[in-house]
Design a protein around this ligand. Sequence first.
Ligand code: ADP
Length: 485
Amino acid sequence: MKRSDKAPKPPRTKHALRYYISVYFIVFTIFIVALLWVFQYFFLQKYYRSARIRAVSDVGDMLVEAYRNGELESGMKRAAFDNSMCIVLTDSSEMLIRGENNLGSLSYFMLDRLNSSGFNMHNLKQELESGGSDQITKIIKSESLRSEEILLCRKFQSEGSSYYLYIESSINPVDSTVSIIREQLIYITIIIAELAFIITLFISKRISDPIVNLKDKAKRFADGDFSVDFHERGYSEITELSEVLNKAEDEIGKVNRLRSELIANISHDLRTPLTMVKAYAEMIRDLSGDNPEKRNEHLGIIIDEADRLSNLVSNILELSKLESGNMELGYSEFSLHDKIRDILTRYTLVIEENGYDIAFEPDEDRIVFADADKLDQVLYNFINNAINYSGENKRIRIRQINREDCTRIEVEDNGKGISKELLPKVFDRYYRGSKMQREVVGTGLGLSICKEILKRHNFAFGVQSEEGKGSVFWFEIPVTEHKQK
Ligand code: ADP
């Protein structure tokens, strides 16, 4: 056979939930009804017979107890009446002590006649004695009644003497009862079938409706409709599922929004310097090309804008690497004093030329274990921001505070501060305070890069700020990071 001739295996047909629920329920109903019928047909007669025999034996027990308690008379009367029995009590010489007959003339014991099977009280007692037991039960056939008789003889002792208790009861044929029950059974079967049908419809609707609804909503959601409300009432699993879906929808919606915002922000920030580069390049070509002073000034702007662009691109790359977890940290031991002083040397120019007052307030030196380059980046960012946003007040303090469980590093400025509403957002990606003046070189990514770095190190971090008074950006290196890992 050629390969292409091979028919693909047909996929197994899957049915709806409602179908399975109905099938299971119908099978269950059929099983229950079948069980009912089987018990009616095969076991009712047998069950009835053994129940009667048990009842006679129980009456025997009860009457022996009643005799001992002196309540024989009432006990006998009640038992004979309730169960249609003939009950006789004799002493060991077969003298009648008490008898109660509720079988009328049909009783063998009362008439003391031999029945077709040859039993009367006398020979029943003899058989009991010869068997050596305390109780004997005989089932005999009675032709006249088309029924069976149970004969019981029980011997018991009381105050040194022996007594014999005889109980006779008939097992009425249950045929007529059975046929009544069967007729009822047919009605019951019909009612059960109808009920099962209705219940199946109801249950399968109740179970499958919320699932079907959720499925339809999920389809709409998959097609990009983020306004779907998954809220669905039903049973707990459905409520939980709809909550999970609602949450997933929120999250995906958020990511979606963030992605569009990010693209919008990035393209805006890429476009601005590009426009500047283009504008100044054109200006050099058309106007200032021959004027070395102007040309150099314009070229300077082009270089600044190119720097800004490359800064932005490398920040985006860095952040995406950090966020995706692809950045390995290069741990090493270093002295905090050395690190901070080393960073500050790079600000001498800013201090001298622009009149900034930047100083380090150290505590006792500590050796920490972290990624030195990444911590540099965090400190640079904090200090650069402090410089950028300190305004007229040019006082900036870098503080080391040794605590028992950690070393806290703070970068404090007395600049314009951050408003209460904006404070929680400053570490967010692409957040920039206000439409920043262009002279403040920033990408809105600096603090989110710091956040990722500090998170990767498991260092606590944060900011305290008051509008108009200044801000303190801080992070804490736990003491566990102060020695080799
Ligand atoms: P940017 O590149 O804009 O500085 P950052 O992520 O470093 O981006 O900072 C985000 C925003 O947080 C800034 O735009 C600014 O509004 C605010 N901010 C950061 N540091 C300070 C500070 N020391 N004082 C006041 N505002 C600050």
